[in-house]
Design a protein around this ligand. Sequence first.
Ligand code: PMP
Length: 410
Amino acid sequence: MPLSKLASSIPASPTLALNDEARRLRENGEPVVNLGIGEPANAAPPAAIQSASDQLKTGKVKYSPAGGIPALKDAIIRYTKANYGRTVGRKNIVVTQGAKLAIFNVLYTLCNPGDEVIIFAPYWVSYPEIIKMVNAVPVIVKTGDKDFLPEVSEIGRVVNSRTKAIIVNSPNNPSGAVYPSGLIEELVKLCEKRGIYLLCDDIYHKLVFDDCVAVPAYQLSKKGIEETRIIVINGVAKLYGMTGFRIGWTVSSQEIAEVITNIQAQTITCVSPVTQAAAQAALDGDQSVVEDLRLDIQHNRDVLMDEIGSFSKVRCARPKGTFYALIDFRDCFQETGIRSSVELASFLLKKVLVVTVPGDEFGTPGYLRISYAGATEDVLDGIRRIIWALDPAAPRELKIGTKTVVKDWL
Ligand code: PMP
């Protein structure tokens, strides 16, 4: 019996194959460095752990409201006021199983079959697939390869009567770009003029470096929460190192929030009250955990950029936020005989035991995404191994763990 055409068309991620291979190598005791992983290494804030374990100890872990427990909604209301300058109510918020489900829920709520959703390349791998899963069509607008910012005139050219939404992710996974205020303002204007929804995926919004600020779209619209086309997506995964707690949320008009709540009631029923209690404590607790993480990651970014700068065959726009850098390796292809970034990623894993993510997954073939969310020594070790593998001027031998690797490919 044939399976659903739509479901079967959702591809497996090549990253998963690389991660499986990395796991196998690590289990065999190989000194693998993982620069592919999209999560900070720090533990969840102590207040979050305490709150979740208090909840567990009651022994009463039951169904909770489909749109989120009131205590977490109230914490999100305070967070929205403090970080976006917007006063919203419980009716505007839906707590979801991670930001990823928040994006699915919003697109499922907005799109009819054949509607178009604009995304910018390089894009987060899941956007095109989620758009397809709700029977909509991803429309990809390329950005400049120096700053990874879209041209508003380009966007204007692809907008038509089927355009339902634009997704903006700033700070951006995978490029590390942060959209300037003027660009966000133009996007808000375009969306308000053409009646298009603007989905702001703000999952990295506080992970910005130097004096950079990720300006929230809400601050650039005069419309009230019930009239605005702006929908905010956020969560605790990246800022608080709570990826496994699976807590995300949406802030939208009441009309949209009600539909999302109904979808959740008929699918997941509710998000676990244990992890909701943890997220509430993280949002209401000591925010220095976020600042400490930001400073650690900024330091890693600096270390990475210094090291990358020593190798003239690669180019990398200095990331302004997130914990990713998107590095252009195309000038290394000819000499090594490598033909694509997928090949390059598996070459680097095989030869120098470093996991990276091929840019093909983000709509930027020839690039690799490097994550610097982990320990500084790992970032440095990983990037040095990569440069050694690709630089014909580097010595022929490199010590990796207890082994000496001899370069026989350049
Ligand atoms: N948006 C972007 C841009 C992301 O990078 C991620 C996680 N990699 C998510 C959303 C999903 O976050 P969550 O873990 O909360 O589902």
